[in-house]
Design a protein around this ligand. Structure first.
Ligand SMILES: Cc1ncc(COP(=O)(O)O)c(C=O)c1O
Length: 399
């Protein structure tokens, strides 16, 4: 079957909840993917940062296959011999006392919300059903009904209500004064992305995360940091909040936690928060299964062994420098951290992403005018040079 035949099948029988570029990927390795006609593309999206380690990383594949031969799922009704090793690894890498594993990112965000609320009732002493969690405008935390209920993007929330808006007051991202004005006696937590990814790689002003940490401390409020996309090296640090030397009370992880092999997510916290949820009060059939745990441990080891965090920082600086040097007036701004770059254009980005695809480079437009560039962290300087060459060529056109 060719590209058009696959697309026709998909359009006919698949839900139309995405608007993908018309490339049908059949194969992938490292930073490159190959379509069904055998054409190669440089992947500058990395599955929204789930394949930070590169596609089909051989070390993670080995762990995956070894585990598939043993046991894949026990459910949490029984224990398994891989999950404790993931707990240990998470603790050693991050310093948090405990980890609660889930599958998708949205589930992990839901888990953090439940933990914060339970902590607010059991430890902070709020009256039942009064807890508020302050979120930011422009947020993206996933697609469940609770989460879209506190999104300000109509594509996310419109037509899926009713919602409980008063449980999630919204402040202006980056604005500490506005944040302070939203705090009440019922505030349980503040939930933010350290850099807003879906919002268009928006880096908040310096001091914002530090300010949140201080506000939380002063008001006995939990700081929840959604590192699902920003974390595990993408932004040039293990976690993007490291740039401001803060320690959120809860850190939400996902995506690259499995290197793209499997949905693995979860929440990091210390015992005071984590142990508020008791046996039987939260869980998931697949969360913490042995296959997920084996893959996640190896995916984390690969980040360390291949120094992907440092690499992201260095290659990101190089990429941004090269992009700034293009000097095309259509580029209004180059922003980001590490290998997470938003190229803000003075016009619609989608036609340029489509043209780049024809040139063999895959990246995704966001918020109309932004080209998001987030390749696997294993990208080389030569590959970056190649990408800049393609961008220079395509941006020279009027599309
Ligand atoms: C910051 C952030 N939080 C949560 C999510 C949701 O993750 P998932 O799509 O795995 O549910 C995403 C996905 O893009 C994200 O970027």
């Amino acid at each position: 079957m060719n590209t058009q035949e696959f697309i026709a099948l998909e359009n006919e029988y698949g839900a139309h909840n995405y608007h993908p570029l018309d490339v049908v990927v059949a194969d992938a390795k490292g930073c490159w993917v190959v379509d069904v006609e055998g054409k190669k593309y440089l992947d500058c999206l990395a599955a929204y940062s789930a394949v930070n380690q590169g596609h089909c990383h051989p070390k993670i594949k080995e762990a995956f296959l070894a585990q598939v031969d043993k046991v894949t799922l026990t459910s949490r009704a029984f224990r398994n011999d891989k999950l404790p090793l993931l707990y240990k690894k998470m603790h050693e890498m991050t310093g948090y006392e405990m980890f609660l594993p889930m599958n998708s990112g949205a589930e992990a965000v839901e888990t953090a919300i439940k933990l914060a609320r339970r902590w607010a009732y059991d430890v902070k002493g709020l009256a039942e059903d009064t807890a508020e969690i302050i979120v930011a405008d422009g947020n993206f935390h996933g697609r469940t009904t609770t989460i879209v209920g506190f999104s300000d993007d109509p594509d996310s929330f419109k037509g899926f209500g009713p919602y409980c808006k008063e449980a999630f007051p919204m402040h202006k991202y980056g604005d500490l004064e506005d944040l302070k004005s939203k705090i009440t006696k019922n505030t349980a937590a503040i939930l933010v992305e350290p850099i807003q990814g879906e919002g268009g790689v928006v880096v908040p002003p310096a001091g914002y995360l530090k300010g949140i940490a201080e506000i939380c401390k002063a008001n006995n409020i939990l700081f929840i940091c959604d590192e699902i996309q920003a974390g595990l090296g993408r932004a040039g640090k293990l976690f993007a909040h490291y740039y401001e030397e803060v320690r959120p009370d809860l850190v939400i992880v996902g995506k690259a936690l499995s290197g793209g092999f499997y949905p693995v997510s979860g929440v990091l916290a210390d015992k005071e928060v984590m142990l508020t949820i008791k046996p039987g009060e939260h869980g998931s059939t697949f969360g913490g299964n042995p296959l997920a745990a084996a893959v996640a441990v190896r995916a984390l080891e690969v980040i360390e062994e291949e120094k992907l965090v440092e690499r992201s920082f260095e290659m990101g600086e190089y990429f941004v420098e090269r992009l700034n040097a293009i000097g095309n007036p259509k580029i209004k701004l180059v922003r980001g951290r590490g290998l997470w770059i938003g190229l803000v254009l003075d016009r619609k980005a989608r036609p340029y992403c489509e043209k780049l695809m024809q040139e063999g480079m895959l990246c995704k437009d966001t918020h109309e005018v932004i080209i998001r560039i987030a390749p696997p962290l294993v990208i080389t300087k030569e590959e970056i040079d190649w990408a800049v060459e393609k961008l220079t060529k395509v941006l020279a056109e009027d599309l």
